[in-house]
Design a protein around this ligand. Structure first.
Ligand code: G6P
Length: 366
């Protein structure tokens, strides 16, 4: 009820603002990297596996796509990420040495549970879940688990569950890297420090809300939006597009910016806002030239840069700058303004933010 909402208008807004606490709780027991964070048997299993197969639906699937970048770059273990409802019905090539990882807020999503069973029936016995509900079927069914401590998530559109999943998956990448001898003490200490600082860094991003509200007022009048990202931030662009369509009913899709020329540029007019996730990473120069391609066709750019991005606002280029540059963990920070943009756009359009039409919080039937 209203009492639980405190100063917030919706559960979604409350849950967005709970993220510093949710991440702190999820990482509470992490003082150093060790496989045992995932269960007693994790050491032996992590030693044995030679690949990872991630299965999930919806927002949890985008967490999986982000994890692929992390695990492959830090632990050098090949990762496949599949939509659970596809994997369960597809002829695939099972690898018994693969670690099957399900990601689920509820732990009750029918397709994800069925995909897990399908993997197991094919002889893949090493299973791990990243899940927000300790008593769920998913946790019971998996050999290993990392419980995220987002707390109860009421809003149908997932927010704090997603960023806590990312935190847990980053830990998984580090733990696998350690087992495979690819993480030295200095690197470990650096990553722990960055993780511990996340709640403060997220709070600083949340303080950008007034600037994002100003953008949302412009978005509310649009019917389409494009989200661009590259590398680690392409899944974050996808998550941003999903949030916008789920709750504001604006058609939105995400593209890896290098694909612009292969289709979406044909859609760009001044009526199409183009949201760009643009932290200063190795792809920033390429992203800047992708942005010029949009500008040259009259597209309006809404850029989420960071402290080191060196992108300045000009005609048709709006910039909100995140206060810190955050390296490998930057996807967690860049998720926050996209959640706020979707939330405030939906608010301006007067939709039912916490219970968007036709959608359910937990999809327990196929
Ligand atoms: C529904 C929810 C999404 C969620 C997805 C997967 O579509 O509305 O927010 O990402 O299910 O749910 P899970 O509980 O498995 O993460």
């Amino acid at each position: 009820g209203a009492a639980e909402l405190g100063p917030y208008r919706h559960y979604m807004q409350k849950e967005i603002f709970e993220q510093p606490r949710a991440i702190a709780d999820t990482l509470e027991n992490v003082t150093n990297i060790m496989p045992e964070l995932f269960g007693d048997k994790a050491y032996g299993i992590f030693k044995e596996i030679d690949s990872v197969l991630i299965l999930a639906c919806g927002t949890s699937y985008y967490a999986g796509l982000t994890a692929k970048y992390w695990i492959e770059s830090i632990a050098k273990i090949p990762v496949n990420v599949e939509i659970a409802s596809e994997y369960r019905y597809r002829d695939s090539v099972p690898n018994p040495k693969s670690l099957v990882v399900t990601i689920s807020q509820s732990g009750e999503t029918a397709d994800t549970l069925a995909a897990l069973k399908h993997a197991r029936n094919q002889g893949m016995l090493h299973t791990l879940t990243v899940c927000n509900v300790a008593t769920s079927a998913m946790v019971r069914e998996c050999e290993l688990a990392y419980i995220t401590h987002a707390g109860v998530e009421v809003g149908v559109a997932s927010t704090k569950a997603f960023t806590t999943q990312l935190a847990a998956l980053f830990l998984l990448a580090l733990s696998l890297a350690q087992i495979k001898g690819r993480l030295n003490d200095e690197q470990e200490a650096g990553h722990i420090k960055a993780m511990r600082h996340l709640p403060v860094a997220i709070s600083a991003v949340l303080a950008l809300e007034p600037q994002i509200i100003a953008w949302a007022e412009q978005f509310a009048a649009k019917e389409n939006a494009l989200f661009l990202g590259r590398g680690l931030h392409y899944p974050i662009a996808m998550e941003g597009a999903l949030k916008l369509k789920e709750i504001s009913y604006i058609h939105a899709e995400a593209y890896p910016a290098g694909e612009l020329k292969h289709g979406p540029l044909a859609l760009v007019t001044k009526e199409m806002p183009v949201v760009t996730v643009a932290p200063n990473d190795t792809l920033i120069e390429k992203l800047k030239s992708n942005m010029q391609e949009v500008r040259a066709r009259g597209g309006e750019l809404y850029v989420f840069a960071d402290a080191d991005s060196h992108i300045t606002a000009s005609e048709g280029i709006h910039v909100i700058r995140l206060p810190e540059h955050y390296g490998l963990l930057s996807p967690i920070l860049h998720t926050i303004p996209l959640q706020l943009l979707a939330y405030h756009t939906a608010l301006a359009r007067g939709t039912d933010v916490d219970k968007p039409r036709n959608l359910a919080k937990s999809v327990t039937v196929e």
